[in-house]
Design a protein around this ligand. Structure first.
Ligand code: SAM
Length: 287
């Protein structure tokens, strides 16, 4: 089943959390001269047009990235968010006008930050998005795009030759199996490459599914696991995503304090109507 299209959701509050963390992690990796591998199991299209009918139909970006960009003048933006916001601004300035019309997916963030000595391995299954992704990567010599299963793809590439790597696992969760499968893939990947940084994205739709993910992680061998969650609304039994989170294995040492700066800001800027937004930041497994 491949009905999910990220174009409907690009730039929403979940992308804001995921991509601001990805920016901080990749920025940290580029502080050492030695190259690294970036592996993206579920890449999407690479870049999104916020003016197209998909983004306009849901308008989700208006409650995500658009709010943060327009809030910037009203309240001091946390230092830790600056690099991410600057990246979005630069991409839009480089296009035809200054308006917010483009939003980068995870490959777009990586393309902006990776250097000549770094390589990107991008997996995507959807027949339309793989074409967009191939177009997007056309002049990016160190990008390797594959239309194949990203879970297997991650495992096939570990450990990377440089022994330095960042893996993003960002499934659509159309199928419930994605929840346990994503965690098990990280546990298997960690077995092959324990010093890599792994970022696993999840939506908060049914709390029990997240509780199960936490249990599987804490029962396994993975060490140094940070969990961050931002919820626009309280949990509900009704359908729909109320929040979003990330499990991060081997995060850069300052990521936790950067998130301590970012989360209260998201809480005030990205709340939904009268609902109370909340967040969680926890070292789920010690180093
Ligand atoms: N990582 C992207 C970003 O941050 O911009 C968004 C990815 S989106 C949430 C999930 C993508 O995974 C979809 O484009 C979908 O077509 C693709 N997909 C679904 N199952 C897959 C699989 N087994 N392997 C690779 N890609 C898959």
């Amino acid at each position: 089943m491949l009905s999910y299209r990220h174009a409907f959701h690009a730039g929403n509050f979940a992308d804001v959390l995921k991509h601001s963390v990805l920016t901080l992690v990749l920025d940290y990796m580029t502080r050492k001269e030695k190259g690294f591998s970036y592996i993206d199991s579920h890449s999407g299209a690479g870049m999104y047009q916020l003016t197209d009918s998909y983004a306009q139909k849901t308008g989700e970006y208006k409650e995500g990235i658009a709010r943060l960009l327009s809030a910037e003048t009203q309240q001091a933006t946390p230092q830790a968010l600056q690099a991410y916001l600057e990246l979005i601004r630069e991409i839009n300035q480089a296009s035809s006008n200054d308006e917010l019309s483009l939003y980068p997916g995870s490959p777009g963030i990586a393309k902006a930050l990776l250097r000549r000595q770094d390589s990107a391995h991008l997996f995507e299954l959807h027949p339309t998005d793989i074409d967009y992704l191939n177009d997007f990567c056309q002049r990016w010599r160190k990008a390797h795009v594959k239309q194949s299963d990203g879970y297997q793809g991650v495992l096939s590439l570990l450990p990377p030759p440089s022994r330095r790597g960042v893996v993003l696992i960002d499934p659509p969760y159309e199928l419930k199996e994605d929840y346990p499968k994503a965690v098990k893939t990280i546990i298997r990947a960690y077995d092959k490459f324990a010093t890599g940084t792994y970022i696993l994205w999840y939506p908060v739709v049914k709390r029990e599914l997240i509780n199960e993910m936490e249990k599987t992680f804490t029962a396994g061998q993975v060490k140094n696991l940070l969990q961050v969650e931002f919820c626009q609304r309280p949990d509900t039994e009704e359908y729909g995503m109320t929040g979003t989170g990330l499990f991060i294995v081997n995060p850069p040492w300052q990521l936790k304090s950067q998130l301590e700066e970012i989360l209260p800001y998201l809480q005030t800027q990205l709340k939904k109507g009268q609902d109370t937004a909340s967040y969680k930041l926890a070292q789920l497994v010690a180093e």
